[in-house]
Design a protein around this ligand. Structure first.
Ligand code: FES
Length: 340
């Protein structure tokens, strides 16, 4: 863990939570990076996306704020950003989500034990992974990502809330990891008479668990432009959605508001490369700081698609990158803009 993460235990804080709280965003980034080779391909990107969606540094800013409602307005936070409100559901786009009841119960058990087997968090995550995989008779790589998610969820929510969540998951279509990986790489067939069609037509999926969660896109359209042709009711699912504008929440369509951020589960390379404006704005918003031309996080109003793409829409949005950087600089630490 990083030096800045080494904090003392506060009075009354359970031992295991005190141990977890010694890990800040930098420590977690190292842990997740070290676990990536042990995570099955079906969940490797999904796990990283989940950690981008729920940055520890943002939660800490709210916990340290004297007026969280004011901070929320200042950072233009909209939607459900607290893990405490979605303990059993925030990770429903991971394949390992189906094993959540078992993972959650094993992590709860560990948190309650007086003597964890190790004081190295990555080792503990792998230990629980092995235990659950053995119990379910499945490959360990299928539960590594969801187990890392469970530890971070416990850290952000605290053991009382974590244990109190029912630990139930909605029914998920029974598909193998290989089938899902194949589907992500496939493009729609254009048909025998496609030469008569002016443009190729592709499919954008926005939930892999729901066969109806998809819309069509004309080759090279921006994701939000194509999404706007989906006139179904998305507002009742997510009240950030504009009625008649499709499933991706939007406000400006010009990289100015940060509302339309998405994770890319499949087909990142079938999207246009990130241009300078999108790069700069994603860093300012606090979503990602990377020089990757095809990163896992995108602004959907800036990304054009050239094939089938599978995305996941985060349950919230905000503008917090500059705020966190300023906060870190004033405390003399390294900026935290590149949160996991
Ligand atoms: S809609 Fe505002 S940044 Fe994309």
């Amino acid at each position: 863990m990083s030096d800045s993460a080494a904090t003392t235990r506060t009075e009354g804080e359970p031992l295991f939570e005190a141990f977890l709280n010694r890990h800040d965003h930098t420590a977690w980034r190292e842990i997740v990076d070290s676990l990536l080779p042990a995570i099955h391909e079906v969940d490797r990107d999904a796990t990283q996306i989940w950690f981008y969606f729920f940055p520890l540094a943002l939660l800490r800013a709210f916990q340290q704020s004297e007026d969280p409602e004011r901070l929320k307005r200042r950072l233009s936070v909209a939607g459900k950003f607290l893990l405490a409100d979605q303990i059993d559901s925030s990770h429903d786009f991971l394949y390992g989500h189906r094993y959540w009841p078992h993972v959650k119960s094993a992590v709860s058990e560990l948190a309650a034990s007086a003597n964890p087997a190790s004081l190295d968090l990555a080792t503990l995550i792998l230990d629980i992974t092995n235990r659950v995989a053995k119990r379910l008779n499945i490959n360990t790589s299928l539960v590594t990502g969801i187990t890392a998610v469970a530890f971070m969820t416990l850290q952000q929510t605290g053991a009382a809330a974590f244990n109190a969540a029912p630990g139930a998951v909605a029914k998920i279509p029974d598909r193998s990891p290989e089938t899902i990986i194949k589907e992500r790489s496939r493009d729609d067939r254009q048909g025998l008479f496609s030469f008569l069609q002016p443009d190729k037509i592709f499919t954008i999926r926005f939930s892999e668990n729901d066969p109806d969660a998809r819309f069509k896109l004309i080759n090279s359209q921006h994701l939000t432009t194509a999404a706007a042709n989906d006139k179904r009711d998305h507002y009742s699912r997510d009240q950030r959605c504009v009625i008649g504008e499709g499933p991706i929440p939007i406000e400006c369509r010009s990289a100015a508001c940060g509302t339309c951020w998405v994770g890319v589960l499949g087909g990142a390379r079938k999207l246009s490369e990130v241009a300078a404006l999108e790069w700069r704005k994603m860093k300012d918003f606090g979503y990602i700081d990377t020089d990757e031309p095809n990163p896992l996080i995108r602004l959907a109003c800036q990304a054009q698609a050239y094939g089938n793409v599978s995305i996941v829409i985060p349950p919230w949005n905000g503008v917090f990158g500059k705020f966190l950087m300023a906060q870190e600089e004033s405390s003399g630490q390294q900026p935290e803009s590149s949160t996991l």
